[in-house]
Ligand binder design. Structure first.
Ligand SMILES: [Zn+2]
Ligand SMILES: [Zn+2]
Length: 378
């Protein structure tokens, strides 16, 4: 058993440093995982930049919530109780887990058990302070050699044949739950996303690619992607995209016009905002057909406001505008199955690998938009 466990700690905005933590005591209902790989997520970047987001405000923290690793030490009860699909667990098993935990005590958890993503007091792996006494044993982030897994965590055993890079993408796929939310049936015919509908995905990053794949898997007839990066758009075809509106369409007007060209003047049935840039929401609503649906997926950090004209953008278009925040545990199970089925080559989204001690460089690479998905190897 190692005496000192190394983790990269976000001490203050723009500063990551290697800290050492003591090896924790493992009670019978918990476990320790030796990390293999962790994804660098957009919300890690928000915390790194010191942006106001719901998560990651109480520095210092060990980032990392897109994990895969192997069971290193496991308590007696955890061996039989911890795996979400009922599998027994033992040392050496490869596992991943949902990156947060509902509290189980708030009114949402008690009265809306299908919507625990709205829990009022959730626990987050990868965003928990790591120097306060009450947060012991502190190693709750994936940017480390080892991580402590609390009782109640939604943990999944994964097959050895799945590439680590594909497993790491699970959390990103979970984060495009809005594609499924858009299927919510409404009483009127043809409201909500359905079979053979035309979908626009705004944004060519990992979230956009996962949203395109999910829309295709759920029955989209045509998937159109808008994006600025030639190198990224080359991957679009692998993720179910039929038509790309690339950097040569250099204004919102041109991109909206092209969507109407492709759809015979109707507009898209469903538009998925996956850029993280608030202003593209107006462009996306512009692409949405009358009576269609727009889902804001990518903008999770507060990056400002956009001017909405309630008459033109919403009421007279008769559209649905939806949001989404994290996802409940059942979503994680479904999306891990989606990865396990190997329908789309999610591992291709991982373009850059860094060592744990290079975490800052990994984040900077992501910030400069040089990578699609960046991962750290423990
Ligand atoms: Zn994430
Ligand atoms: Zn709760």
């Amino acid at each position: 058993m190692p005496e000192k466990l190394r983790s990269m700690v976000l001490e203050s905005p723009f500063t990551l440093r290697m800290w050492e933590f003591p090896y924790p005591e493992v009670p019978e209902d918990a476990l320790v995982v030796k990390m293999e790989m962790v994804g660098v997520c957009g919300s890690d970047i928000h915390a790194y930049e010191g942006l106001k987001s719901v998560r990651g405000r109480d520095l210092p923290i060990i980032l990392g919530h897109e994990p895969v690793g192997r069971v290193y030490e496991i308590g007696k009860k955890a061996r039989v109780e911890m795996e979400s699909r009922g599998n027994l667990l033992t040392e050496g098993d490869r596992v991943t887990w949902m990156s947060w935990l509902p509290c189980g005590k708030c009114p949402v958890c008690k009265l809306m058990p299908q919507s625990t993503q709205l829990c009022q007091n959730p626990f987050f792996y990868g965003f928990t302070n790591c120097d306060k006494e009450e947060n012991k044993p502190w190693i709750f982030g994936g940017y480390g050699e080892y991580i402590y897994i609390k009782p109640g965590t939604y943990l999944f055993k994964v097959d050895e044949s799945i590439p680590l890079e594909a497993i790491v993408m699970t959390d990103t796929i979970v984060s495009v739950r809005g594609v499924e939310k858009a299927m919510t049936p409404y009483p009127n015919i043809k409201e909500g996303f359905g079979f053979m509908d035309t979908v626009v995905v705004q944004g060519d990053g990992p979230i956009g690619m996962c949203a395109a794949a999910k829309a295709k898997a759920l029955g989209a007839g045509i998937v159109i992607m808008t994006g600025h990066h030639e190198s990224r758009l080359k991957l679009a075809n692998d993720f179910g995209v039929n038509s790309v509106i690339g950097p040569e369409y250099d204004s919102a007007e041109k991109r909206v016009k092209e969507v109407y060209n492709i759809t015979n003047g109707r507009g898209a049935d469903l538009v998925l905002g996956c850029t993280g840039v608030p202003l593209t929401m107006l462009e996306g609503i512009g692409m949405t057909r009358a009576g269609g649906t727009y889902v804001e997926i990518g903008t999770v950090a507060d990056r400002g406001t956009v001017p909405i004209n309630p008459a033109l953008h919403i009421a007279n278009k008769d559209i649905r505008i939806m949001g989404q925040k994290y996802a409940p545990p059942q979503q994680y199970d479904r999306d891990l199955k989606f990865v396990e089925k190997r329908i789309f080559p999610f591992e291709k989204l991982v373009t850059h690998h860094f060592k744990l001690e290079e975490a800052q460089e990994a984040i900077e690479t992501h910030l400069k938009r040089k990578s699609m998905k960046t991962v750290l190897l423990a």
